[in-house]
Design a protein around this ligand. Structure first.
Ligand code: SF4
Length: 333
């Protein structure tokens, strides 16, 4: 698999100008580097950056160094971790901090097999820590990195052996001295530019050599996303008893339960006669982005395929998004 020799230079250049300021991105020679990188990598496992940020800040304010962490009791660590979930990560972090400080002279192992012996460190975390802490020519192969490579090569992720590709192209990939920055830049690039649903190909610095872009697949992807971004009109029939008209016949495929009458197709002006516009509402259901205009009217009678239901009847099962609409409609009384 051919990787362009300028890939790392272009990605690093983009990163220098566009990277997010994140508290764990300290200078390469900072004494905080090992502790911050270790803590952030544990926190970021299965968790998004924006969720981790406040936890990381609170944690490092309370526990300032790796040595302090290694002597902190588990209950305090759990308290600081509260809400972040996957508490096993916190337990493993503490164990790893103890081993590094007490048995390894506060030095992170420099070898992948050795680092993977530490609790909670597998292939991904091991590789990325070696890159970030020691500037070793390695990549953490996360979802972002897999996506970038699969698009550059225009091959499905399942058909690629990423370790092999990296090994084969090592000289081309790691041809700057900034291995640590490249490892981080590639993940950042996947998160901010080569995004899963809407890659920003127009401003992408590597689009000329990207086979996905060259093949026109970007357009197909955005067309598919656009087709999934659909406009709907919802019509709420209301009566004086605080009841609302619900139906089971939406024929939309993704709303199986009782629901409000919802219409996808474009409607002419006549269809809105006697209806009052309430609000615009955005939601996602079953991978579809819905852009909904909500209308209401008070009526004594409703179409045959609708039934009156009390806005407060908890026995009728309706989806969460419909319940939210109920709350909006309640304000009309
Ligand atoms: S051109 Fe588009 S698909 Fe290709 S790497 Fe850039 S953002 Fe990703």
């Amino acid at each position: 698999m051919h990787i362009n020799k300028n890939l790392s230079k272009k990605i690093i250049c983009w990163y220098d100008n566009n990277k997010r300021t994140l508290p764990w991105r300290v200078k390469f020679n900072s004494p905080k580097k090992l502790y911050y990188r270790l803590l952030s990598e544990f926190m970021l496992q299965q968790t998004q950056v924006k969720t981790v940020l406040p936890y990381f800040k609170r944690f490092t304010k309370e526990i300032e160094t790796l040595t302090r962490l290694s002597t902190t009791n588990k209950r305090k660590i759990f308290k600081l971790w509260e809400g972040l979930g996957y508490y096993r990560r916190a337990t493993n972090l503490l164990k790893t901090a103890k081993i590094i400080t007490k048995e390894n002279n506060s030095i992170l192992p420099k070898n992948l097999n050795e680092i993977k012996k530490l609790p909670g460190i597998g292939d991904y975390t091991g590789n990325i820590l070696l890159a970030l802490v020691y500037n070793q020519p390695r990549l953490g192969i996360d979802g972002n990195v897999k996506r970038v490579f699969s698009r550059i090569l225009n091959k499905h992720e399942n058909k690629l052996n990423f370790e092999k590709i990296i090994e084969k192209n090592k000289k081309k990939l790691f041809n700057s001295k900034r291995n640590s920055d490249f490892a981080e830049a590639l993940m950042e690039f996947g998160a901010l530019i080569c995004k899963p649903r809407d890659p920003h190909c127009k401003i992408c610095p590597i689009k000329k050599t990207c086979k996905f872009y060259g093949s026109g697949n970007t357009k197909k992807l955005t067309d598919r996303i656009r087709a999934n971004k659909l406009s709907y009109n919802i019509f709420c029939y209301l009566n004086k008893k605080k009841q609302i008209g619900l139906t089971k016949n939406n024929n939309l495929g993704f709303l199986k339960e009782y629901n409000l009458p919802i219409v996808r197709k474009k409607l002419g002006k006549k269809s809105f006669k006697n209806w009052n516009f309430l609000c615009n509402y955005k939601n996602s259901i079953s991978n579809k982005k819905l852009d909904i205009n909500l209308y209401y009217k008070f009526a004594n009678r409703i179409p045959k395929d609708l039934n009156w239901h009390s806005l407060y009847n908890k026995r009728v099962f309706v989806p969460t998004f419909t319940k939210k609409i109920f709350r909006q409609v309640e304000n009309l009384y």
